[in-house]
Design a protein around this ligand. Sequence first.
Ligand SMILES: *[C@@H]1O[C@H](CO)[C@@H](O)[C@H](O)[C@H]1NC(C)=O
Length: 482
Amino acid sequence: MFPRHSHAPSNGHAYGSSNTFSISPHRFQPRTRPALRWRRQLFVKIGVIALFSSIILLLIFPSFRDILLPSLGLGFILRDDPLLNTVKHYDLSDTQGTARGWERGERILFCVPLRDAEVHLPMFFGHMRNFTYPHHLIDLAFLVSDSKDQTLAKLKENLEALQNDPDDKIPFGEISLIEKDFGQKVKQDVENRHGFAAQASRRKTMAQARNWLLSAALRPYHTWVYWRDIDVETAPATILEDLMRHNKDVIVPNVWRPLPDWLGGEQPYDLNSWQESETALALADTLDEDAVIVEGYAEYATWRPHLAYLRDPYGDPDVEMEIDGVGGVSILAKAKVFRAGVHFPAFSFEKHAETEGFGKMAKRMRFSVVGLPHYTIWHLYEPSADDLKHMERMEEERKSKEAAEKAEKERQAKLMENYDDPKAQWEKDKQQIENAALEAKKAEENKDKNLVGGAAGPHAHAGEGEAQGKSGNQPAKVGGNV
Ligand SMILES: *[C@@H]1O[C@H](CO)[C@@H](O)[C@H](O)[C@H]1NC(C)=O
């Protein structure tokens, strides 16, 4: 029996012992380790260079991302990149609208049509800041048309301040400023705006403006559309939630306006929110195809129940009333209403145009259209030409009354001055009476003398006359004093 290694020497090699064999690992290992490390470092270097060049390539050729990222399983990064992803996916069943949209992140498109509205902007932006609906869920869209004042410039200033507010609850979502003239010729003062003759064409132009604004600004992610006039003076900051809670397709509050005391303190303002009546339907049948009925004018007596007149200041603000025509001061509508094709007719739709036609069309398409008779917002009071004349007259009356009062006061003051010291005056008067009496006595004596002597006749008469004059005057004054 040989040990296994004992035949090794038979090779002719003098390994001698197992020692020689164990040398080789010792010899190789120090060499292997640096080699491996070097190779690993090389790989890392190549990796880093590849990464950097990919990043640079990505920066230079953004379209590279489309190929590279999905191949690395990072396709999800691309989905939100507006620069790259030209194909977008929206599921509009996500934007149906619910009663508590603010909790579900439902976005509102807030639409404001403007025309020569510079003076109302500060008040409007006061309201904007106060809205309690999460601002980041509200996108703003303004349409500035046919304006001769600084509406657009002032609007930009106000928006910049709003969006740069340090309080991160103030800035809104996306803002669209849209400019488009419609050649609106009716002057913007109250008299012209509300005159009967101008109504139909004015309403048709307003309808176009609204449609242009909405079609330019509505995005697939909007669930609600809110229409608001610039000249609302007072409205709850919670109005968006208050209206949304009713979960209706179209909903409006009641709109009144404050009046000066001499005009009764307050008045219904928006007469465009109403329920249809038999009388009005019969009237509509007699009218020309293109005719447009406008509410609130004697020319069309429709006898419709108006939302405005049904207000009870102490009524439950949540009471709902089905309506057919809607006013445009403050409308909250689900975006799906517009997506379904309802719009603001710039023509006669069932003898109505603009917001009233919109209400009728929504109704016709079986959407719910509701008004809140006891939930009131307040439109700014702008005096009409008649009111202005009346106010001018009142101002004149006030001035002449003031002048008369002032004159009367001065007269009284003078009188008081004269009788400042009634006692002294009385003493003086008493003295004068006594003097007069004395003189009268003297004159009497002189008369007697004259009868006897007769020389100083004229003198004595003069004296008597004096005395009589004085004593004659005194009682009146004394009497007056007492
Ligand atoms: C906004 O809120 C403040 C503080 O409550 C209030 O003083 C101000 O009148 C509000 N602005 C408007 C326009 O309602």
